[in-house]
Ligand binder design. Structure first.
Ligand code: F6P
Length: 546
């Protein structure tokens, strides 16, 4: 077997892995305090900057030799070869036999990426042009609802990658949005989600975007059908659907069965993974909110990071450094989680977005060729915007028994001309990185006059690793760059682990069981289960039988 389906060499048997393990044993007890004293150039040595993102990774549990070992491992895992395979459109999603070409979604017009004899960049721009035309018509009021009213509300119905990206991007770019329009995002099949989203909306002024790559996802299809009923209650005419519903999908047949015609459908392709799709037509709500120009700026940001990832040497390549550090903490320090802590309220959904990107991509237990891994794969990603988190879970980050590597993200300028608040926010960002790394020794606590019995409580071990990611301001372009950094970091990690980062078989079992159990709750079927599952079904049925 060759190319995408080649056998994956054992990671832990590689000499580069073994060397890294020996190195870990030598340096794992070292403290960042000492390293900073020993090496006055540390902050410049472990600093990389590209496309407007400055990454200070000096507060990691590494020295120069660690980075050499990590880069040697990246080379041994043929990271460069795998990057090129992805950009060339090889079918590196081998369990689904698909190319992985989200990078084509942001390739500028005129570029060429060939897949099965077709230039996919041309296809991408055809859809982008149609999206732009549609968005301009809605934003300007030229596109009217069935009764002639202007569209003021946009409700995106989708789940997973068809929700998290659009919902995150809307919040992230809220500053740039058309303020006389209202945007809502419905994902959960819990009726509360749709009901609350629609509670104060006028159907005559509301546009639904049904976003689903497959157009078979049960939550989305159920919510879309309910939205249709809700809209028709007011609009009272099936013909109204074409003015109030559009679809984003790869499945034209299912879209048309739902009653949405081809001119109201925006397509994408099976080579775009759901969690890598926010810059495809799945971003229609984003484009409606920020306009086609804002959307293009975001794509240009993604593309700038793509070019950097593809061309920069590993030693100065942001996604490579970021991804290799993630491997370092997962597999050598045994860290279970990664905290993503944006010091930007607009990024309040960013860690939720990264959860799917990271955990659905790299939460795998076998390699691409189906062998069980003997190392940990993806970390659990979580987080909240600073400074809110500081008044909630940072206690554990500073004094808990676990090491939680953290990404601290900040912007030099705020968008709302509130310099005082912004400076305080930024001061907190820097302070937290400093406190995590250096802590406060018992001696320092005593020297401050802290009463002896409280010294253990009021000292901080420090040595908690973090990356500091700084950008100028949160623009559409900056957002694109930041997301692409994480996308490619995930790819780097998946390559080292030898897994398929682009399938998601792990979600299937729960889905199929839910279908069976739905029939059982309705009393239409009865299947053998364990006693606990049977009891839960029975309890539900008893309540509904009255
Ligand atoms: O169940 C997981 C998943 O397939 C995700 O990968 C995907 O983003 C989500 O469901 C939604 O899928 P679709 O866009 O096809 O509705």
């Amino acid at each position: 077997m060759s190319g995408a389906n080649a056998a994956v060499p054992s990671l832990t048997a590689m000499p580069e892995w073994k060397a890294l393990k020996t190195h870990y044993e030598q340096i794992s007890q070292m403290h960042l305090r000492d390293w900073f004293v020993e090496d006055p150039d540390r902050a410049t040595r472990f600093h990389a900057e590209a496309v407007g993102i400055a990454m200070d990774y000096s507060k990691n549990r590494i020295n120069a030799s660690t980075m050499q070992h990590l880069m040697a491992l990246a080379k041994a895992r043929d990271l460069k070869g795998r990057i090129d395979m992805m950009f060339r459109g090889e079918r590196i999603n081998n369990t689904e036999n698909r190319a992985v070409l989200h990078v084509a979604l942001r390739a500028p017009k005129g570029e060429s990426i060939m897949l099965d004899g077709v230039n996919v960049v041309d296809q991408v721009h055809e859809v982008l042009d149609r999206m732009a035309k549609f968005c301009n018509a809605v934003r300007s009021g030229e596109w009217r609802g069935h009764t002639g009213k202007r569209i003021k509300n946009v409700v995106n119905i989708g789940i997973g990658g068809s929700d998290l990206g659009p919902a995150m991007a809307y919040e992230a770019l809220r500053f740039y949005t058309q303020r006389d329009m209202c945007f809502r995002f419905v994902a959960n099949v819990d009726p509360a989600d749709l009901s609350e989203a629609l509670i104060d909306l006028d159907a005559e002024e509301t546009l639904f975007i049904v976003s689903s790559k497959t157009f078979t996802t049960i939550e989305t299809m159920t919510n879309a059908a309910a939205a249709r009923v809700w809209a028709l209650k007011t609009l009272k005419d099936d013909a109204a659907i074409e003015k109030h519903f559009v679809a984003v999908s790869t499945n034209a047949e299912a879209v048309s069965k739902f009653g949405i015609g081809p001119s109201q459908m925006f397509g994408f392709w099976d080579w775009v993974g759901g969690r890598y799709s926010m810059d495809s037509a799945i971003g229609l709500s984003t484009m409606l909110a920020v306009g086609p120009e804002g959307f293009s700026e975001m794509l240009a940001g993604f593309h700038a990071m793509d070019e950097h990832f593809q061309s920069a040497p590993f030693e100065s390549n942001l996604p490579v450094i970021h991804g290799m550090l993630a491997v370092w903490y997962s597999d050598f320090f045994g860290c279970q989680t990664l905290a993503v802590l944006p010091y930007a309220q607009y990024l309040k959904r960013f860690s939720a977005y990264l959860q799917q990107l990271t955990m659905e991509s790299n939460g795998k237990h076998v390699t691409r060729d189906g062998k069980a891994v003997d190392y940990d794969t993806a970390a659990i990603v979580w987080g909240e915007p600073g400074t809110n988190g500081q008044h909630s879970f940072y206690e554990l980050l500073h004094q808990g028994t676990r090491i939680v590597p953290a990404d601290l993200i900040g912007f030099y300028y705020d968008l709302n001309s509130m310099a005082m608040q912004h400076e305080l926010l930024f001061a907190n960002l820097i302070a937290q990185a400093e406190a995590l790394a250096f802590g406060k020794t018992e001696e320092q606590a005593r020297a401050e006059g802290i009463e002896e019995s409280l010294v253990p409580h009021r000292s901080y071990e420090g040595n908690r690793p973090s990356n500091l990611l700084l950008m100028e301001r949160l623009t559409p372009s900056a957002l694109g760059k930041l997301i692409a950094l994480y996308e490619h970091s995930v790819f780097v990690q998946g390559t080292i682990w030898g897994i398929d980062s682009f399938d998601q078989w792990g979600v299937e079992l729960g889905k199929s069981l839910a279908v069976r159990i739905t029939a059982e709750l309705a009393g239409e079927a009865s299947n053998p289960h364990d006693s606990s599952t049977t009891a839960a079904i029975e309890r539900y049925r008893q309540h509904h039988r009255g």
